[in-house]
Design a protein around this ligand. Structure first.
Ligand SMILES: Nc1ncnc2c1ncn2[C@@H]1O[C@H](COP(=O)(O)OP(=O)(O)O)[C@@H](O)[C@H]1O
Ligand SMILES: [Ca+2]
Length: 492
C-alpha cells in the first residue's frame, strides 16, 4: 500500500495556504504602513557676499523632515562673475546686476512649484564690514541695489545683511559639525578655521572655557539636547588680502619708489599705486606722507624674510587675559580636531600641503622655502592656467597661513596634524552659509527629536521573522490532527 504524505491531507493544505496568505498580508501591511513617504524636497538659498566674490548655494532636504534630523545637503552652487559686492561702492546698481546670472540658474535648479516657499538670504562678510566702517551710506546703497534684484526673484526673499564676526565664526562651526553628524550624536566637536580675503575666524569648544573670561568671545548653543560653549573670534583685516596690504604697508613706510619684497618670487615685478594700496581702513592710517603715486613691487623670494614681515603685522605685546592669541585677544587652550576651509584650503591645496598627516610643520616650512625662491618665469610656465594674481600670491599666502596658525593661534609641531584642510564635507562646501540657513529656518532643534527605536529595514525583518515563527508554532500545535506517519505493524 502506498504511504500517504502527511502534508497532503486537506487540513494541512488549507492551513498552509491560509498561513502563507496571512504572512504575505502581514509583511505587506508592515512594509507599506512604515514605508518612508514619497520623497519630496524643500529648498533654501543663501548668497555668500564675501569680500572677493559672491557665491550662491542651494540646499535641499526631505520635505517631511524639516524640523527634524533630516539631512540638509548642498545641491548646487554658482559663482557670481566679478568682484565682491563691496567693490561696487562707486556704482551700486552693478552690485545688484552682478547677481542676475546666478539667480537665473537658481530658478532652473529649484522646481517651479517650490519657488514661492523657498527662503532666500544674502549675508555679507568682512568686505561690507569694512565698507560700512569707511562709508556707511555707500554700503546702504549697495544693499539697496542687491535687495531690489533679490526681491524681484520668485523666491521668498528674507533680507540682506552684514553678519557679525561672531556669527560668521559660529555658523562656520555649526556647518562643519552638522555635516559631520557630530551634533546629533553629541560627539566631540571639530573646531572651525575660516580664512577669507578681509577677515579670518577661529571657533572651537574648549573644556576650560565657559564664557566667563572674555564673554564677547562666547556663543552658547543648545542643539539636539546638548549644550555647547563655543569660543569664537573674528579678526577683521586678517583675511589674506588685507593681511597682504598690511605687510606691504610695513614695507612701504619709507615711501620709496621701489620695494624688494621677499614674499614674491625672484623676477616678479609690478607697478603698484600707493593710493590703491592704502585705500582700506586696515591700512589707511599708515599711508606715508609725501609718497609718490606709484612704486615698483619687485620680488626676491625669501621665505624667512617674508615671515619676518608677516610676523610684524601681529601684535604680541599686551594680554590682559590668562592667555591670548594676538592683538590682546583672549584665546583658550586649543582643543580637538580642526577643519580649515575657504582660502586655507585653496592655498594649501595649490601647494600640495593639505595632508597634515604626511606634511608636518617642518615640511611646510621647507616647501615654502623652496617654493618662494622659485623664479617667477618658471612658475608662469608651469602653471599657465592659474590666475596670475593667485599664482603671484601663493608664496605670501602660504607664509601667512603658517604664521597665523603657529604664531597667531599657537598651533605647534605636536598639534598641527589636528588640522584638516577641507573644501567640502559630504558634498557640501564648508563655510558659514549652511549653518546660517539651518539657524534661520530653525532646522536644528534644541532638544533631541524622538526617533524610531528601530530603523525601517530592521523593523520589517523582525516582523517577517516573527510571523514565520508564529506560523510554524501554529502548525506544530496542530500535530495531534496530523495523520500517523509511520507504518502500523500488521497483525497477521
Ligand atoms: N583658487 C584660489 N586660490 C587662492 N585664493 C583663492 C582662490 N579662490 C578664492 N580665493 C581667495 O579666498 C578668499 C575668499 O575670501 P572671501 O570669502 O571673499 O572674503 P571674506 O570672507 O573675508 O569676506 C579671497 O582672499 C580669495 O582671493
Ligand atoms: Ca568668506
Amino acid at each position: 500500500m502506498k504511504e500517504k504524505n502527511p502534508w497532503h491531507t486537506p487540513v494541512t493544505i488549507i492551513i498552509t495556504v491560509i498561513g502563507v496568505i496571512a504572512i504575505v498580508a502581514l509583511v505587506t501591511v508592515a512594509v507599506l504602513q512604515n514605508r518612508p513617504l514619497l520623497q519630496k524636497y524643500k529648498y533654501g538659498i543663501v548668497l555668500d557676499a564675501g569680500s572677493s566674490h559672491t557665491a550662491l548655494y542651494i540646499y535641499e532636504w526631505p520635505a517631511e523632515k524639516d524640523n527634524n534630523t533630516g539631512r540638509v545637503e548642498q545641491t548646487h552652487s554658482c559663482k557670481v562673475k566679478g568682484p565682491g559686492i563691496s567693490s561696487y561702492a562707486a556704482a551700486p546698481w552693478k552690485a545688484g546686476e552682478s547677481l542676475r546670472d546666478c539667480m537665473r540658474e537658481a530658478k532652473l535648479q529649484v522646481p517651479k512649484k517650490r519657488h514661492h516657499e523657498t527662503p532666500l538670504y544674502l549675508g555679507a562678510t568682512a568686505g561690507m564690514r569694512l565698507l560700512n566702517k569707511e562709508d556707511s551710506s555707500a554700503s546702504d546703497l549697495v544693499f539697496k541695489a542687491v535687495e531690489e534684484t533679490l526681491q524681484k526673484s520668485p523666491f521668498s526673499f528674507q533680507g540682506a545683511r552684514i553678519l557679525s564676526g561672531q556669527e560668521e565664526g559660529a555658523f562656520g562651526w555649526v556647518t562643519v559639525n552638522y555635516l559631520d553628524d557630530r551634533l546629533k550624536q553629541g560627539l566631540e566637536t571639530t573646531g572651525a578655521l575660516d580664512l577669507g580675503g578681509a577677515s579670518t575666524q577661529i571657533s572651537f569648544v574648549s573644556d576650560n572655557y565657559d564664557g566667563s573670561e572674555s564673554p564677547s568671545n562666547a556663543v552658547t548653543f543648545r542643539l539636539y539636547g546638548n549644550d555647547y560653549n563655543l569660543y569664537t573670534h573674528s579678526f577683521l583685516c586678517y583675511g589674506k588680502d588685507q593681511a597682504l596690504r598690511m605687510t606691504l604697508a610695513q614695507q612701504t613706510q619709507g615711501s620709496s619708489s621701489e620695494i624688494s619684497d621677499p614674499c614674491f618670487h625672484p623676477g616678479y615685478t609690478d607697478t603698484r599705486n600707493y593710493s590703491v594700496l592704502y585705500d582700506s581702513p586696515c591700512v589707511s592710517s599708515r599711508k606715508p606722507q609725501g609718497a609718490p603715486a606709484t612704486f615698483i613691487h619687485r620680488g626676491i623670494g625669501n621665505f624667512q624674510q617674508c615671515q619676518a614681515f608677516v610676523k610684524s603685522v601681529f601684535n604680541f605685546t599686551h594680554c590682559k587675559y590668562s592667555r591670548c592669541s594676538f592683538n590682546g585677544v583672549f584665546q583658550p587652550l586649543l582643543q580637538g580636531p580642526f577643519g580649515a576651509f575657504s582660502a586655507y584650503y585653496f592655498v594649501m591645496n595649490f601647494l600640495n600641503l593639505t595632508d597634515t598627516s604626511i606634511h608636518s610643520l617642518e615640511t611646510v616650512k621647507e616647501k615654502l622655502t623652496s617654493y618662494c625662491a622659485t623664479p617667477w618665469d618658471q612658475l608662469r610656465q608651469r602653471y599657465p592656467d592659474v590666475k596670475i594674481k593667485y599664482l603671484a600670491e601663493y608664496c605670501f599666502s602660504g607664509t601667512y597661513i603658517l604664521t597665523l596658525l603657529t604664531e597667531g593661534y599657537n598651533f605647534t609641531s605636536e598639534n598641527y596634524s589636528n588640522i584638516k584642510f577641507i573644501k567640502k564635507i559630504k558634498g557640501s562646501d564648508a563655510g558659514w552659509t549652511l549653518g546660517y540657513m539651518l539657524n534661520l529656518t530653525n532646522m536644528i532643534p534644541a532638544e533631541a527629536p524622538d526617533t524610531p527605536i528601530l530603523p525601517h529595514a530592521s523593523y520589517v525583518s523582525i516582523v517577517s521573522i516573527m510571523a514565520i515563527v508564529i506560523f510554524f508554532l501554529f502548525i506544530l500545535s496542530l500535530r495531534p490532527l496530523w495523520p500517523r506517519c509511520s507504518k502500523q505493524p500488521q497483525i497477521v
